[in-house]
Write a protein that binds this ligand. Structure first.
Ligand code: CA
Length: 388
């Protein structure tokens, strides 16, 4: 990855919520290695708040105005007390998550998991997969900011060879490297968001890790979908990259065949050329390419609202695991085939994308360490690993 400061130039300007020692959380942007207090920088109290929600609710025209103003202001002179080094602040959950939906938009991931979960089916994709962006509703209250420890979940597990389920800590704890899309302004009930207007509603994009307990998931998911195998925790990066910063990263999605129904049809459907990396205990084990995702974020939001369901400021929809065609491009450990997470293991997601004027832009990181419920084994597990 590039030098850190190169990833946070004026073409990025992501949004987050920070606190300095002894002060309450407030909205910020990042410029180079500095975290800048937005309320001081722009003299606007909408940013003197512990979440971005009030600003996001102001709508796309205001987002564009603020971004234009920031492009000048971040270069200084800066007001007294506005700038903090990134290492000197605590980052917080950047917005209040309203509703959360998780999609399943990677054909490679869906095919890989179809083969693993339904080995007897000749087609790894279910019949609906290329007609609609499949999703399930997740738990908004379980979304935590990067750096939060993840407690290993317990639940019912039953291997196909076993006659009855047992209860205990998950033995197949996994990650899902995804991107989360944050809805800035929603739609009223009964008025769907068309595909060609979706980008006006999407405030920005953040790295997202949908921690997954495969053994709990495999036993519970039929017929109503994932629940406790997913709902214990999801990690989001502290920085939301504005969708406006990603104009240069727009690419066409892979060819969509059969042609989607008219409410999903886009010509062309746009995806995003964002390169992720998955670091497992400091080893980069995969580099999932977001450009390989079959469904566009605009199609996901259009589908999410096509039945008249409302969305609102702070709604979050995630892409689903990002997996490319190659083994070193997969976004989950079950696809990687090198085992699952042990207590003490740490996973960090990072990403970068093309920005305006030939720059690269960064997404911060989504970091989480696994610990057992009693907290006992984190250290001993790490020591065991080092001694191996
Ligand atoms: Ca997922």
């Amino acid at each position: 990855m590039n030098d850190l400061n190169d990833l946070y130039g004026v073409t990025n300007l992501p949004y987050g919520v920070y606190s300095a020692a002894g002060s309450t959380p407030r909205c910020a942007t990042r410029y180079g290695d500095q975290v800048l207090d937005l309320a001081l920088l722009l003299e606007d109290d909408v940013f003197a708040a512990p979440s971005l929600n009030a600003f996001m609710a102001q709508g796309k025209q205001r987002w564009d105005e603020v971004r234009a103003a920031l492009t000048d202001r971040v270069r200084g002179p800066l007001p007294q007390g506005c700038a903090h080094h990134v290492d000197d602040v605590t980052m917080h959950l950047p917005f209040e998550v309203a509703d959360y939906v998780d999609f399943y938009a990677s054909e490679h991931h869906a095919s890989n998991l179809g083969r693993l979960f339904r080995p007897d089916n000749p087609d790894p994709l279910l019949p609906n997969w290329k007609h609609l962006p499949v999703s399930y509703t997740g738990r908004a209250g379980s979304v935590v900011v990067s750096g939060t420890d993840i407690v290993r979940p317990s639940g019912q597990r039953k291997a196909p060879t076993e006659t009855a389920p047992t209860f205990g800590p998950s033995l197949r704890l996994d990650i899902e490297a995804e991107l989360g899309f944050v809805v800035g302004t929603g739609n009223p009930m009964g008025t769907p968001i068309p595909v060609d207007q979706a980008a006006d509603h999407i405030f920005g994009v953040a790295l997202f890790n949908d921690w997954s307990a495969r053994d709990i998931q495999a036993w519970e998911y039929v017929p109503l979908g994932p629940h406790l195998g997913k709902s214990f925790a999801s990690t989001i990066a502290p920085w939301i990259v504005p969708l406006a910063a990603l104009d240069a990263a727009r690419v066409s999605t892979p060819v969509q065949e059969p042609t989607p129904l008219p409410y999903l049809a886009m010509d062309p459907a746009w995806g995003l050329d964002i390169d992720l990396e998955v670091a497992w205990n400091d080893d980069v084990v995969a580099r999932p390419p977001y450009s390989s995702m079959y469904w566009s974020p605009a199609q996901m939001l259009a589908h999410l609202t096509v039945n008249g369901a409302p969305t609102r400021t702070g709604d979050l929809f995630a892409s689903g695991t990002i997996s490319g065609p190659d083994l070193d491009q997969v976004g989950s450990l079950i696809e990687l085939g090198k085992g699952f997470l042990e207590d003490g293991d740490e996973v960090v997601l990072r990403a970068s994308a093309p920005g305006a004027d030939g720059t690269r832009i960064g997404f911060g990181e989504a970091r989480g360490r696994i610990r057992s419920r009693d907290g006992r084994s984190a250290t001993s597990s790490t020591n065991e690993k080092e001694s191996r």
